[in-house]
Write a protein that binds this ligand. Sequence first.
Ligand SMILES: [Cu+2]
Length: 381
Amino acid sequence: MNKINMILATVTLSSLTIACSDEAKYKVMEDKYKAVQVEKKRHESMTHEQMVAHQLADDGHSSASQAHMKGNDIGRRADDLPPPITRTEAQLVKVDLYTDELVAEMMPEVTYQYWTYNGKVPAPFIRVREGDTVEIHLRHGNPNGKEQVHSEHTATQHAAAGHSAHSIDLHAVVGAGGGAPLMQVGQGEEKSFQFKATRAGIYVYHCASPHVPSHIANGMYGMILVEPVNGLAKVDREFYVMQGEFYTSGKYGEKGLQDLSKEKLLAEQPEYFLFNGRVNSLSADRALKAKVGEKIRLFVGVGSHIASNFHIIGAVFDNLYSQGAITNPPLKNVQTTVIAAGSAVMIEFTVDVAGKYLLVDHSLSRAIDKGALAELIIEDK
Ligand SMILES: [Cu+2]
């Protein structure tokens, strides 16, 4: 069901339930219904380009600025993560998150309405120290967006689109729902909660509002690192990579604005397997970069629903901290690792020869035909 039909269904259902009791309300619903009909007619006569422009121009629900439509903007860069923690005392760490639904390119000429934390996939990398108290603030809606301008209108749209609430479940939290029961945030609202980071590890966090699999599949996942009290070994480079699959209505590469196919989601048949939210999100000028002999550390997670068979063509993992267990002794000299859905690993390695190395899901049609490919450029010292 597309968005307009969902709005229609909602309006129709609502109309039925209140028709007898409140004439004024009925009139409002009828007006809304008529407005939706007019809007639907407009949409039918639009080309794809007009439709995208229209969404950007007057759909407060997809509060995207033009910048969001440009090139690689939806994908978070792999070097976009906080530096190692140097302090030796526990402290209160405040984390500001907001949710944003925005239309962006999945690949050239293919667009998708992503649901995000802070406008990117994956969400911000959160870095704390074992013993810290973490205070998560979550706002539903981009504080810089234009949603506030007509919030009643957008609240209806949010409900119709299936995200009347967003939330957060952090796997680093020991407590019911990973925090999610405290953090169901309606459109325009902000909520916060605190937890104590008692278990060092690398963890996934994600949205946990109904329909949870859809929220996650649309891009609402990130990672939180709880560093051990003594910190991590020193390295030269750190990178943040998350694999997630996308269930577009059209086949891989089919042009135009793509809907989420719930049918494909339930059948576990995605069209795209992507690193950091987009085809070629981590390639060319956005590739991971390091020098020969440098110690490289990767934090790699799977935010969405299908496990990854993570491999770097031409490299061997010197140290693999499997299943997020960074305080355990690492496995040595590993070629490929499974990363479960909702899990993450830490990998450390060094490359002796300059060149281009490819990060892939070694279920290789995912890499070659469905997008799960990133580049690591190693230069001579
Ligand atoms: Cu959500």
